[in-house]
Structures are given as C-alpha cells and as structure tokens.
Design a protein around this ligand. Structure first.
Ligand code: CO8
Length: 373
C-alpha cells in the first residue's frame, strides 16, 4: 500500500496591504458620491441611499483587520474601486504564475525536492486569469518540472481537493511527486462597491509538495491518513463571470459577474454540513476530535471557525488549537487553511494529528487528516 505525505509548504505574501480603515474610507467616499449623484431619485423615494460601511462591523462580523493585494492602485479610488492591472503580453510571465512560483520555491526548499523531481503540477484556486494554456503548464516550464500539469477550480476547496487529486495520482501511479499551488488572485473579482462583501477577500499564494512517503525527507513531512471531499449545489455563493459574458455586451459588466453571496444563509447552511461531514470522516477513521493537536481550518469568518471548534471540542479550547490568519490575510479563498498549516505546524512531534479542512462555494468541503512523520 503506497503511503503519501505532504513534505513541504510555502507561502507568498503580496507586496501591498490594505487595512479596514483604508477600505472603509474609500467605500464611504463612494457612498457620498453615489448618493450625491442620485440625490433627486433618493429624495423622491425612487432609490434607497447607500449606507456607510464600518471597520467595527467588519472586525466583529468577520474577524478581518487587513488584507494583502498584488496591485493596490485603483482599489481605494472611489471612482475606480478595482486593482488597475495592466494587460500582459502573451510572452510575459502571468501574475498568477509569478505568485505561485514564489510559494512553490519555498515548498520545494522545505521538502528538499528539486523542481526536476516533480512530475505533476496542479494549480488549484478560485479563478485562473485565463483558460489556456494552463497556469500550471506555465509554472512547469518556468520551474523546469517534468511530466504534466493542469489547472483545477473548486472555489474555496480548490487546495484540499487538489491535494486529494495529488494523492490519487500518486496512489494510481501517474505521478510520484506533485506540486500543488494555490495562487489566489481574488482582488479583481471583489466588488469593492458592495457593502456586504467589499472587505472579505485578499490575495496570496500557497503551495505544498505531495509525494510518496518512501521518497520523502521526513523532517517537515506529514502522513496523509485520510481524505474526504463532498459537494452540494448552492447559488448562495456565486460569480457569473465567464467566457460567455462578452456575447451579451449590455450585461457583461453587471455586479453578478463579480463575487456575491448570501452570507447569512451560507453561515446557517454550511455549518451543519461541515459538522456532519467531519463526524462521518472521524467515525470512519475511528478518530476522536480531541485527538487532534491542531485544526487548520478554512479562513472565511472567525465566528464560523469558532462554531466548528465549539461543536467538535466544546467551549474550553485554547486559541492555538484552531489558529486564525484571516485577521491579517482576510479570506484568501482556497489558500486560507494552507496558510494556517504553513504558519502553525513547526511544533508538531511524530504521531501528532492535525486536520486540514476547507469549506465554501459550491457548496464544497474538503478535509484531510494529517499525522506528523
Ligand atoms: N458595514 C456596516 N454594516 C454592515 C456592513 C458593513 N460593511 N455590511 C452589512 N452591514 C449590516 C447589514 O446591513 C445588517 O444590517 P441590518 O441588521 O440592519 O439588516 C447587519 O450589518 C448585519 O448584516 P449581516 O447579517 O449580513 O452580517 P453577518 O453578521 O452575517 O456578517 C458576513 C456578514 C461576514 C458576510 C457573514 O455572514 C459571513 O462571513 N458568512 C459566511 C460566508 C462564507 O463563509 N462565505 C464563503 C465565501 S468565500 C468562498 O466560498 C470562495 C469564493 C471564491 C473566492 C472569491 C474571490 C473574490
């Protein structure tokens, strides 16, 4: 029976940070402009005025204090409210490839694996900036990895689902060593004019090396003991952005082409699904939740994570058990749980158990039980 490990991880932090206060000041200027421009309709009750956002609300409702972005120019300008990312020539390295390569190099270095020993690259994230050629193949060429490479999209569960794909490729014999990369470029799809969601996302890239245990250096390695994925269709987190948009020019740039959600519904519907999913996986594997030293959970909302932890482990839980990174990084789609794993695993000793778990759009849930080698 082939055993598979995660032998290294990497984290690329984008160059610019945006605080809640900066974002709120820009949003509130946009509100003033919008309400001024539409004052007549507002006075005649034909239009509701837009309301201010606030840093206090954002921190209390989500736990987010800050986020990083690849390009800051434009985001805070109330007339623009998006990152101004220049079109790239076809022979330039794509933004997502550049982010992914930085995280990948760190993961390779930690795993003590050379790029040419990798025989599969999977780029897994919420969006890729083009359909083809795959960002993964661009990275394969830049790093000099062998074999093959492909992109896959499963929104917030892209990283965990891709690790499961890597495990299956290794167990099925199509690869020996896999680089899973999550270049999450969320800022171009964030609607900075939407009060409900303007604060949610940040850019980042993460990467892990997944390989056969008998080939791996064990210093940083974790055995993959169990994997479990599920999906259940929901429109409550959605983006209608896609390659068909241009065929209806009048509607090509409407707000539904950006990320939008029914956040309350997501909260209420997804939480029970997460408990049930984990309950089943733990009982199948005969593991008790209290056996885990750490839960590296998806980072969408601090209150959601607290609910999951409380349900699994009760009230009296140390905050180091399920570390939060969304205060600094915000929601980074699929990369959130991998950031937590990357930053908070160096104190693990042989035999310690951890859970890597993502949940989000789709709906989708991916959970992976890890044991320190
Ligand atoms: N400032 C001040 N007040 C506000 C603001 C604001 N910015 N926004 C809303 N309010 C007000 C509302 O109007 C409401 O007022 P009232 O009570 O008078 O109606 C009040 O605050 C409470 O609003 P909500 O009920 O909406 O607030 P919540 O406490 O539910 O918090 C959250 C909102 C933070 C969105 C919360 O519901 C949440 O996080 N839910 C979980 C959602 C989740 O996990 N989603 C996952 C999304 S990520 C994902 O799947 C990946 C997608 C792919 C990546 C996309 C990249 C762009």
């Amino acid at each position: 029976m082939i055993k598979v490990v995660i032998s290294g991880s990497g984290l690329f932090v984008p160059p610019f940070s945006v605080s809640n206060d900066e974002l709120v000041a820009s949003y509130n200027s946009y509100v003033d402009l919008h309400n001024q421009q539409n004052s007549q309709q507002i006075e005649e009750n034909e239009l509701q005025p837009l309301a201010y956002s606030s840093s206090e609300f954002i921190e209390k409702a989500s736990g987010i204090k800050n986020r990083y972005v690849m390009v800051k120019e434009g985001i805070l300008n109330p007339q623009i409210m998006m990152p101004l990312i220049a079109d790239q020539a076809s022979d330039e390295l794509s933004l997502q490839a550049s982010m992914g390569i930085e995280a990948a190099k760190q993961a390779l270095a930690q795993a003590k694996v050379n790029a040419e020993d990798i025989d599969l690259v999977i780029v897994a994230c919420a969006y890729t900036q083009r359909a083809y050629p795959a960002i993964a193949i661009e990275i394969q060429q830049q790093l000099g990895t062998k074999g093959f490479a492909y992109d896959m999209l499963v929104a917030c569960s892209s990283a965990t689902f891709a690790i499961v794909s890597a495990v299956n490729a290794i167990k099925g014999g199509t690869a020996k060593r896999v680089l899973v990369i999550n270049p999450e470029l969320t800022s171009p799809q964030s609607n900075f004019r939407d009060r409900d969601s303007h604060f949610i996302f940040g850019d980042v890239a993460t990467a892990v090396v997944v390989e056969r245990q008998d080939l791996a250096q064990t210093e940083h390695a974790f055995n993959i003991l169990s994997t479990s994925c599920m999906t259940d269709f929901s429109n409550n987190i959605r983006s209608n952005f896609g390659f068909v948009n241009r065929c209806d020019p009048d509607n090509a740039s409407t707000a539904d082409k950006l990320f939008h959600q029914q956040g309350r519904k997501v909260f209420k519907e997804l939480l029970p699904m997460i408990y049930q999913h984990l309950d089943k996986q733990f009982s199948d594997e005969q593991i008790k939740p209290e056996e885990f030293k750490r839960l590296w959970l998806h980072q969408a909302n601090i209150n959601m994570n607290m609910f999951v932890v409380k349900k699994l482990l009760g009230d009296d839980v140390d905050e180091t058990t399920a570390p939060i990174v969304l205060d600094e990084f915000a929601n980074t789609a699929s990369a959130g749980s991998v950031i937590a794993f990357n930053k908070f695993n160096s104190d693990f000793k042989t035999g310690d158990l951890g859970l890597l778990c993502s949940f989000g759009a789709g709906y989708s849930i991916g959970s992976i039980v890890l044991e320190k080698c």
